[in-house]
Design a protein around this ligand. Structure first.
Ligand code: NDP
Length: 297
């Protein structure tokens, strides 16, 4: 193996330490804690785990966590009323509605109801627009975490060829916008892309956000490239009845060729919650009219 392993767990832990320091500074200045409200509708087991973990991390960072758990049959009007109430609550800096929502609720309507200045997930069209035109706003946590890892590893990204595989609103598209803002030459690949291996071979930076286990092979990678694997796929393990997590990249193959690579687990995954805390803290400083020290987080 030639690639340097990008340790997302260590980077996220360091980021959380810096967030905790700034959260304490915020509390001293504002006279209240920065607050994140998380709304969960229904009993989806994976969502319950995420919500619990977000709440715990928020408290560990010295911020206030407001959890709202609603039954699966909650109607849309009730959910929208809760979002409006959180929009108006000065103790709440960030609002996150855990997705997916039950089928009888329209996700876009719910996201559109969140005040864009409390939209710490960065899913509101106002924040997508702000990202596209280069205005301050909130960027989806996973791609922002990927960018932080890339800048930490590579420094200035200007002029590098970046290929993003995947064009979802929550990962692929904002990732492409972030890399463009860093002056990369960006290609966005998707399920209709022709000759994907050849497209990926041009890349100095590969970000894989596809949802297909180990799809990106080692011989698709340009020697020395930096590979960011966003994928989280559960596949059968060698032991019968067990499963294991793999990314969208064939890690063993790619690590032979790449200059640096994120593992799964332990790469991008730990960054997502850390960036959620970061976005919430940024929202708190902005919403309180305070100036966050430049480049603090
Ligand atoms: P989506 O399913 O929304 O998007 C997948 C994208 O991959 C689509 O744009 C699709 O193209 C493209 N795609 C599918 N098949 C191919 C193919 N054969 N070749 C090229 N492109 C293809 O997924 P998400 O963006 O939400 O998530 C992507 C992965 O990242 C998943 O594994 C998910 O679990 C993981 N994830 C991890 C997070 C983390 O915290 N680490 C957070 C969020 C996601 P098209 O648009 O043409 O259909």
């Amino acid at each position: 193996m030639t690639a340097v392993v990008i340790d997302g767990r260590a980077f996220a832990a360091d980021l959380r330490t810096r967030i905790a320091t700034l959260a304490a500074e915020f509390e001293a200045k504002a006279g209240r804690k920065a607050g994140l409200a998380v709304v969960l509708v229904g009993e989806d087991p994976a969502s319950q785990v995420y919500v619990r973990s977000k709440g715990k991390s928020t408290i560990e960072a010295g911020m206030a966590s407001f959890e709202h758990k609603l039954p699966a049959d909650t109607d849309q009007a009730t959910l929208l009323a809760l979002v409006e109430q959180l929009n108006a609550d000065p103790a709440v800096d960030g609002i996150l509605v855990q997705l997916p929502l039950p089928r009888h609720i329209d996700e876009q309507t719910v996201i559109a109801t969140i005040n864009p200045d409390k939209d710490v997930d960065g899913f509101h069209v106002t924040n997508a627009g702000r990202l596209a035109v280069g205005q301050p706003g909130y960027v989806p946590c996973t791609p922002l975490g990927c960018l932080m890892l890339l800048k930490d590893k590579l420094g200035d990204l200007a002029g590098l060829d970046a290929v993003v595989i995947g064009r979802s609103n929550i990962v692929g598209k904002p990732m492409a916008q972030l890399l463009l803002a860093e002056s990369c030459t960006v290609t966005v690949a998707h399920s209709k892309t022709k000759d994907l291996p050849d497209v990926v071979r041009r890349a100095d930076i590969v970000v894989a956000a596809v949802g297909r286990p180990e799809m990106v092979k080692g011989d698709w990678i340009k020697p020395g490239a930096t590979v960011i694997d966003v994928g989280i796929n559960r596949v059968p393990a060698a032991t019968e009845g067990k499963t294991r997590l793999v990314g969208d990249v064939d890690y063993a193959g790619a690590a032979e060729v790449a200059g640096a690579i994120t593992p799964v687990p332990g790469g991008v995954g730990p960054m997502t919650i850390a960036v959620l805390l970061r976005n919430t803290l940024v929202a708190a400083w902005r919403n309180a009219g305070l100036n966050l020290p430049a480049d603090a987080i």
